[in-house]
Design a protein around this ligand. Structure first.
Ligand SMILES: N[C@@H](CCC(=O)N[C@@H](CS)C(=O)NCC(=O)O)C(=O)O
Length: 220
């Protein structure tokens, strides 16, 4: 059996997969592919491996990180990768039955479609935009748009504190990593105290801390 390879710097959506790998205790080879737009000159001969490097484009023709290679299987899309790894390795993070599988897929897609387009704008326009100047108006519009999904999240967490099955699962990892981008808008979390407590509990996990400490060591 070959070792899992995760492509993507810690300061990318690869953080989701690295967090999950730590939760599962999976050894992996890390290939720190960086976003091409974070480099001063991605075309320079000595540029590090990046999302437009021909060698990486052979792995992921979309030119995005993360990707994984696992036993000959190549997968892209951070949330799909986590669902796959959780199911492959089983245990409490994985769905216990088809209904939970459906719910974990639902919350992952919910996070990707209802939250991420807005939470990324909070991150980029309140903290730092790798693609251009910050615009406070874009951040404020995103915060407004997030009020409804945050209310949904707060309500579902009222049941037992987690998204699926009354326990911490891959669905929490997938959603928490996307909700994290909105942390520069504390007003959203003050209005959704259960979501605030849930995110704090997710981020207090040793596997998250391990990923985060390594991420902090990476150049911004
Ligand atoms: N839906 C994809 C999005 C991947 C994505 O946009 N990744 C960013 C980094 S977080 C990227 O690779 N950007 C570099 C580029 O577009 O060249 C996923 O969740 O994996």
């Amino acid at each position: 059996m070959s070792m899992l390879t995760i492509y993507g710097v810690y300061r990318s959506r690869a953080s989701r997969n690295i967090w999950l790998a730590h939760e599962l205790g999976l050894p992996f080879k890390h290939v720190p592919v960086i976003q091409h737009y974070r480099l001063p000159d991605a075309k320079a001969a000595d540029a590090p491996l990046h999302t437009r490097s021909p060698a990486f484009m052979k792995v992921n023709p979309n030119g995005h990180v993360p990707s994984i290679e696992d036993d000959g299987l190549v997968l892209h899309e951070s949330l799909a990768i986590n669902l796959y790894l959780a199911k492959k390795h089983g245990g409490p993070l994985a769905p216990a039955n088809t209904a939970e599988d459906g719910e974990m897929g639902m919350w992952s897609l919910w996070a990707a479609t209802e939250v991420e387009p807005h939470s990324i704008n909070v991150l980029y326009h309140r903290i730092g935009n790798p693609l251009g100047p910050k615009d406070a108006k874009i951040a404020d519009t995103a915060v407004e748009a997030l009020k409804a999904p945050f209310a949904v999240l707060d309500r579902v967490l009222a049941k037992n504190g987690w998204l699926v099955g009354g326990r911490f699962t891959v669905a929490d990892i997938n959603a928490a990593e996307i909700v994290r981008y909105a942390q520069a808008a504390p007003e959203l979390f003050d209005a959704a105290p259960r979501a605030k407590a849930w995110l704090a509990a997710c981020q207090a996990r040793p596997a998250f801390r391990k990923m985060w400490e390594a991420r902090e060591k990476e150049p911004a």
